[in-house]
Each structure stands twice: as structure tokens, then as C-alpha cells.
Write a protein that binds this ligand. Structure first.
Ligand SMILES: Nc1ncnc2c1ncn2[C@@H]1O[C@H](COP(=O)(O)OP(=O)(O)OP(=O)(O)O)[C@@H](O)[C@H]1O
Ligand SMILES: [Mg+2]
Length: 498
């Protein structure tokens, strides 16, 4: 049998005495795309951090092409031809593609200046080989995010990487960009590169990967060949039991005659044009649209982050003047942003402190914080959202990506807003938690709130919404009750129909 390019054997890792990886085995072949899957906190990122020298395993071996190696730093990982394609891109936006690729190793001219010409020539050759349609002289910030990622990959390859690690690479890409990335990954595969691919999106895994290794609670469960397994089996291994992922929509009762909880009249804000919305108490309105259609911008302007040019906003019939996020919060609005790790979380604070931040006034006893009450509230959310943490006092930065997302959700839910706006509420969370989050949003609606959800995941949007509006080019182009939408394809068609 062909020697695997990478073999990780019996990897163990504990943090403060708590085991996070228990005897994990993982092996990757040359020229394959290998998915690493598992629920939030299963240990995927930690395993990859061991492979890239961020952490050292307590025990276990790593072999590259059959030879044992020790990897104690990222430089050592690179020497072993391993490269991480970072989620938070490491590029400098104001520099060119070529400058970024050769950033730390540029050749200097005789005067000690960067030899741009030399870098550009090498970059041109590299991009051509990879079939990437950008120029070495393009300024990175002028390129779409999809091309940032390719620049990042080109950079890794220029450093002789043979094993590329991608941790949720598509979470900030449009459908189009994702397709470009996938065809790029296929090219890399054909050239013999190996790719370790982490994602919670099942459809992607089956589209792009050859094999899947599944971890659960820090243990190795199984490695499956994609062509010989199926979605249900994979989900079952991830969750650890039989699990029905299918979201189900139930027609919910809410009063269509009642005064709207939330009303937007003739709103204009930058590219957002002429938006009119009425949301009844208990109603969930889904916003569909392609990336760039203005969905996120609409929520941002309603929440006072982006300035409003004209138009009126009413909460429970009261006209609001929303000039900043503080005004919005005071008016009873909450926005759970798309980019939660950047915008929603204080990484150095504990799970608890993050959660109670917006409700400090509610958990105060005189000038002190009521610890008993605030502990109870945070424990309750940890339980409800199944947040994986040793306790509520753990620093947020020590939690897995998906669990950090859940803290931000909890933070805004705790605030008990009148109007709840959510932007991609289940990005980065595992399939188990996705259904839980859908359930929680429905429960919130039952209490008479107005809910506005943006989601690119149509099954989720269809499971949640009582009504769906489709945006295009900053405008609402179509509006349908959930009942009118018979299939997911029908909604997809409506979204792409402009
Ligand atoms: N430096 C650390 N100190 C303490 N605990 C940690 C540290 N790093 C990770 N952990 C814990 O290890 C567990 C595994 O985390 P990891 O980030 O590997 O999960 P993951 O599988 O990548 O999850 P996700 O899908 O949410 O990104 C989590 O419970 C996390 O809290
Ligand atoms: Mg992770």
C-alpha cells in the first residue's frame, strides 16, 4: 500500500489536566482532500495546532512520508512542508499580491530596497502554474475575499508546502467564490498536493473530499471513504447517535392583525434602498439573497452601525431615532453579527463575563454584581446551547471556534430584546447545535418578539421563517409567505432570478 504522506499516531493532549485529544490517529495520502470532522470542541483545531507546532502533544508520533518528525514551531511545520491557510488572513491588504507572497523573504536590491520586479516575476509564474486569474501587481484589498484565500494558498505553495490545512475556508465566501476555490482545490489535488479540510458544511464535504476522519469528544472515531459512505452515517458518527438533521417547518400562529412590533418605512442607507418591512409579534422574517445583495448592510443600518440617509423605524408603534448601536439597544433591538469573533466577543474575558456584559444592569445588586444570579444565567445558557467549556469562568479565547459563536448568541439572547436580528446565526456551529439554535430562535418568537434572520443556508432559513423577503442590489425584490415556498429549489431560483 502507498505510504501516507502524513501519519499522526496516538496523539494525546490535555489542557490543565483536562484531556482534549485521546489517542487520536489521523493519516493523509498524497493528492487527497481529507476532511477532518466533528462537533464543536471535538478537537479538530487542536490536532491541527499540534501538526503546525502551535501546541506540542503530550504523547504520540507524527510521521511525514514514513519518517518521524518533531514539530515544535510553525517554522518547523513549514520545513516539513506543512502550511496552514489561516482563517483570519495573514495578508497585508495594502500591499500587492507579489509583495504579500514574498513578504518576509523578499530579495533586496543592491540598495537594500525590495526587489519588486523579481517577486513579481516569480509570482507571475506561480499564479500561472496554479491557473489563478489575478496579477502579481494587484493590490490585495481590491480583490474579492476568494482571491485573498488563493493568494494565501499561493504563498504557502511558494514556501514548498505539500500539505495544506484549511480550517473552515468557505465561511466568508460567496457561492461563486466557493466554486472557484473548489475548482482550485481540485487542481491542487491533481498536482499531488494533500489538503486537510475542516468544515461543518456537509454538502461541501461530499463535493470536495475523498476521505473523512471523524473525531468525537477528542477521540478518533473512524475514517470513511466518501464514495462508499453517506450523509446519515457521517452525521451519526459525528453526533454519536442516530440523528435526524432535517429541519422541519411547522406553521406557527402569530397574530396577523396585531400592531407590528417592528416597522421600517422607506429606509435608505448607502446601497440600501427603499426598504419597507412590518414584523408582527411572534413573526420570523427571513432575508434571502446572494452575498453582496445588501442583507448584512440592511441589518447594520437598522442597528445604527451604518448611517441611515432617510426613512423611519418604529418599535411597538414608537418612532425611534437610531444613530448608533447604543440607541438601537435602548430601542430594544439586538443584532447578532455575522463576524462574531471579531465583533461580538471579548476574547480575554470569561464565558460568563461575555454573556452578562449586555445585561449588567439586570444582574446588579446595588453597585455590585449579583454573582449567584449572573452565574445561574450563564450556566443556563451553557446548558441550553450545549457550550463545551470546563466551567463558566474559562476565558473565551480558550474555547473552540463554534463554542465561541454560541457565547455571542447567548450574550444577545440574555438581553431579551424586543426585535432580534441575526446574521448567519449558525455559521461555524456543528449540526447538532444548528438544530438547537433554530429551536431557540423559534422559542424566542413564541414570546412575541419580532425576528429578522439572514441566512445563506436555505434549509435553515426555510425551517425558521414565517415569511421570506429576497434582496437584490440593496432592494427587496420579492416577498413570499413560507407556505408559498414549496421547495428549497424554488427559493434558490427566486434568489438567483434577478
Ligand atoms: N489553550 C487551551 N486551553 C484550554 N482548553 C483548550 C485550549 N485550546 C482548546 N481547548 C479546548 O479543547 C477542546 C477542543 O477544541 P478545538 O478548538 O480543538 O475544537 P474544534 O473541534 O476545532 O471545534 P470547532 O468546530 O468549534 O472549531 C475545546 O473544549 C476547547 O475548549
Ligand atoms: Mg476549530
Amino acid at each position: 500500500m502507498e505510504q501516507p504522506i502524513l501519519k499522526m499516531k496516538n496523539i494525546c493532549k490535555t489542557f490543565n489536566g483536562i484531556p482534549v485529544l485521546k489517542d487520536v490517529n489521523f493519516s493523509v495520502k498524497k493528492g487527497e482532500v481529507h476532511a477532518l470532522m466533528g462537533g464543536n470542541g471535538a478537537g479538530k483545531s487542536t490536532l491541527m495546532k499540534i501538526l503546525t507546532g502551535v501546541y506540542t502533544a503530550d504523547s504520540g508520533d507524527i510521521q511525514i512520508e514514513g519518517k518521524p518528525v518533531t514539530i515544535k514551531s510553525y517554522e518547523e511545520a513549514q520545513k516539513n512542508n506543512i502550511s496552514m491557510i489561516f482563517q483570519e488572513f495573514s495578508l497585508i491588504p495594502t500591499l500587492t499580491v507579489a509583495q504579500n507572497i514574498y513578504l518576509t523573504r523578499e530579495k533586496k536590491t543592491s540598495l537594500g530596497l525590495l526587489d519588486d520586479k523579481d517577486c513579481e516575476k516569480k509570482t507571475e509564474k506561480l499564479l500561472e502554474e496554479l491557473g489563478v486569474d489575478i496579477k502579481p501587481t494587484d493590490i490585495v484589498q481590491n480583490l474579492g475575499v476568494g482571491y485573498w484565500q488563493m493568494t494565501e494558498i499561493a504563498k504557502a505553495l511558494s514556501q514548498e508546502a505539500k500539505i495544506l490545512i484549511m480550517d473552515e475556508p468557505t465561511s466568508s465566501l460567496t457561492k461563486n467564490e466557493t466554486e472557484i476555490l473548489f475548482s482550485f482545490i481540485n487542481k491542487l489535488k491533481a498536482k499531488g498536493y494533500s489538503i486537510i479540510y475542516i468544515s461543518h458544511r456537509m454538502d461541501e464535504i461530499f463535493e470536495i473530499c475523498d476521505r473523512i476522519t471523524i473525531l468525537r469528544d477528542g477521540r478518533y472515531i473512524t475514517t470513511e471513504t466518501c464514495s462508499e459512505t453517506n450523509l446519515d452515517t457521517v452525521i451519526q458518527h459525528i453526533v454519536g447517535m442516530e440523528f435526524d438533521q432535517a429541519f422541519e417547518w411547522k406553521e406557527r400562529y402569530y397574530s396577523r392583525e396585531a400592531e407590528p412590533v417592528f416597522e421600517v418605512k422607506n429606509l435608505n442607507a448607502g446601497k440600501i434602498q427603499d426598504i419597507n418591512l412590518r414584523i408582527q409579534p411572534g413573526e420570523i422574517v427571513g432575508i434571502a439573497g446572494l452575498m453582496g445583495s445588501g442583507r448584512t448592510e440592511l441589518l447594520r443600518s437598522l442597528f445604527g452601525i451604518d448611517p441611515i440617509d432617510s426613512g423611519d423605524i418604529y418599535v411597538n408603534g414608537q418612532k425611534q431615532s437610531i444613530k448608533n448601536a447604543r440607541n438601537a439597544i435602548d430601542a430594544g433591538l439586538a443584532l447578532i453579527p455575522e463576524d462574531r469573533r471579531m465583533q461580538g466577543l471579548v476574547l480575554e474575558h470569561s464565558v460568563k463575563d461575555n454573556m452578562i456584559l449586555p445585561i449588567l444592569s439586570k444582574v446588579k445588586k446595588g453597585t455590585f454584581i449579583d454573582n449567584k444570579k449572573s452565574n445561574e444565567i450563564s450556566k443556563d445558557f451553557v446548558r441550553k446551547l450545549n457550550i463545551k467549556t470546563d466551567n463558566i469562568f474559562k476565558q473565551a479565547r480558550l474555547l473552540s471556534g463554534g463554542n465561541q459563536q454560541k457565547i455571542v448568541l447567548a450574550k444577545w439572547l440574555a438581553n431579551d430584546p424586543t426585535v432580534l436580528m441575526l446574521d448567519e446565526p449558525t455559521i461555524g456551529v456543528d449540526i447538532g447545535a444548528k438544530t438547537e439554535i433554530v429551536e431557540i430562535i423559534r422559542e424566542m418568537a413564541e414570546t412575541g418578539k419580532a425576528i429578522l434572520v439572514v441566512s445563506s443556508e436555505l434549509p435553515e432559513l426555510l425551517a425558521l421563517s414565517d415569511r421570506v423577503v429576497v434582496m437584490h442590489d440593496g432592494k427587496i425584490k420579492k416577498e413570499m409567505t413560507r407556505k408559498e415556498i414549496k421547495t428549497e429549489e424554488e427559493l434558490q431560483y427566486a434568489i438567483q432570478g434577478f
